[in-house]
Design a binder for this molecule. Structure first.
Ligand code: PLP
Length: 217
């Protein structure tokens, strides 16, 4: 457990999969973690983080960005349309683009600002009713729609169903990404990031294995 252990495991998984060293980016998921745990990882030199809640990120990251130059923070949680404006100001990337109305909103904001965060389309690979994400059968049309809006869609993201082997979900996401000519694959968390790397992940989102368990109480 801890940053250097996870970095070593990522390097091993890259090597085992015949992938170039450094081809997988580690997003350290800092949501809900106490400040001292995040600051320890910042002091170790890590600069790429993931957050799930716009307001929580707004409260924490402006000061850390000043103190630790070069930070990049990615939004990996569900994004409400009324938080989209704040989100494009706070994050270098958004991994949870999942509906046409949000795409439209982000496109309008990108046009007004002349810039946009990198975007990943979230795919609900298990078609779970309670889970966000574009359904697999709707993905190609949705990606085409975002291209029509000039949105910088960089890749796809998924969260496989908890009770299933994640590997077929990762493979499905990789296939959908290749089919649509996309480069980024945001997949893999603390429990399965090595499997995700074997399946082609470019970004793994690891929280508790770096920082310890989250305390929501
Ligand atoms: C919280 C979260 C993670 C990190 O989960 P861990 O199991 O702590 O690694 C990754 N991705 C998303 C979308 C999350 O919400």
């Amino acid at each position: 457990m801890g940053l250097s252990d996870i970095q070593a495991r990522i390097a091993d998984a890259e090597n085992a999969a015949g992938r170039a060293p450094g081809s997988v980016k580690l997003i350290a998921v800092s949501k809900v973690q106490p400040a001292e745990r995040v600051e320890a990882v910042l002091r170790e030199g890590h600069r790429l983080f993931g957050e799930n809640y716009v307001q929580e990120a707004q409260g924490k990251w402006p000061a850390w960005r000043e103190e630790f130059p070069g930070c990049e923070v990615h939004m990996i949680g569900p994004l409400q349309s009324n938080k989209a404006k704040l989100a494009v100001e706070l994050f270098e990337a958004i991994h949870t683009l999942d509906r046409p109305s949000l795409a439209k909103k982000l496109a309008n904001l990108a046009q007004a600002r002349g810039a946009s965060p990198d975007l990943f389309v979230q795919v609900n690979t298990g078609a779970e009713p309670q889970k966000a994400g574009v359904l697999p059968e709707d993905l190609d049309a949705f990606v085409a729609e975002t291209r029509g809006m000039d949105l910088p869609v960089h890749g796809l993201m998924c969260i496989p169903p908890e009770s299933e082997d994640p590997t077929p979900h990762f493979a499905m996401l990789a296939e959908m990404s290749a089919r649509n000519g996309l480069d980024g694959l945001s997949m893999g968390m603390s429990s399965d990031f090595e499997k995700a790397i074997a399946a082609g992940a470019t970004h793994v989102r690891v929280g508790s294995a770096i920082f310890g368990a989250r305390d929501y109480s």
